[in-house]
Design a protein around this ligand. Structure first.
Ligand SMILES: [Zn+2]
Length: 240
């Protein structure tokens, strides 16, 4: 009888512990006050300016790396790592036709850039963002192949549109900050998409100044095993 009571107690403790662990993890990656700053299409010359701005504000970010830009920018890649940021994968070619040709071609490109990053920095990352995001080009077969290969796929829920609004920085800054605030109101974290390009560092500086004033916590995607993506939203219907 005593043994049964012990077993019951143990089971209750384990179940209770699991609940607590789940709640804690939920809080950790998807808290309303968390912002993930993410940058695609580097490394390029502009990446250095982004790193300066991030350092000034003491913010850590995630850089999704495109393999074709790595040659000649190896030092930049090492600086990203040395300054505590996270590296992710963003394909080799960034070519829609080549990358999405088949599930295997997509996986192969990610594995190749993963290997190049490892050779350059010693960092092995399995965090990735596919070119143009997981909708509409990723089929279910592509997704399953990526999962099977062990990649964690990240999209975004705040598109800064920095590629489109090069001549309207004020609008870009205002809308980005507003969308982060909306996510906070909807109790989800923000994943902000920006690019390694000429006008972005100045806007980043403005956006970070405001978000820090509003007491957001900045995180990188490292170690988050519940990535935000378009088909697996943290809280269905509350984002995008
Ligand atoms: Zn891209």
């Amino acid at each position: 009888m005593k043994q049964w009571i012990s077993v019951c107690l143990l089971v209750c403790l384990l179940i209770g512990g699991a609940d607590v662990a789940t709640a804690a993890q939920g809080k950790r990656y998807d808290d309303r006050d968390i912002v993930y700053m993410t940058f695609d299409d580097g490394p390029r010359a502009e990446t250095l300016l982004l790193l300066d701005v991030l350092k000034k504000h003491r913010v850590k970010a995630t850089f999704f790396i495109t393999g074709k830009y790595m040659k000649g920018n190896e030092e930049t890649l090492r600086r990203i790592v040395a300054e505590g940021h996270t590296l992710g994968l963003h394909s080799m070619t960034h070519d829609k036709k080549l990358f999405y040709k088949s599930p295997q071609s997509a996986v192969n490109e990610m594995k190749r850039v993963q290997q190049l990053i490892f050779e350059t920095t010693g960092v092995k990352t399995n965090i990735m963002r596919v070119p143009y995001g997981s909708v509409p080009h990723m089929t279910k077969a592509h997704r399953l192949a990526m999962e099977k290969a062990g990649f964690y796929m990240w999209d975004w829920n705040v598109d800064s549109l920095d590629w489109k609004r090069k001549n309207n920085q004020r609008l870009l800054q205002y809308e980005t900050i507003q969308r982060v605030r909306m996510n906070r109101a909807n109790n989800i974290a923000s994943v902000v998409l920006m690019h390694d390009q000429s006008t972005t560092p100045a806007s980043l500086n403005y956006i970070l100044r405001h978000l820090k004033r509003e007491r957001y916590t900045f995180r990188t995607t490292a170690g988050v095993t519940e990535p935000y993506n378009f088909y697996n939203k943290w809280k269905a219907g509350k984002s995008q």
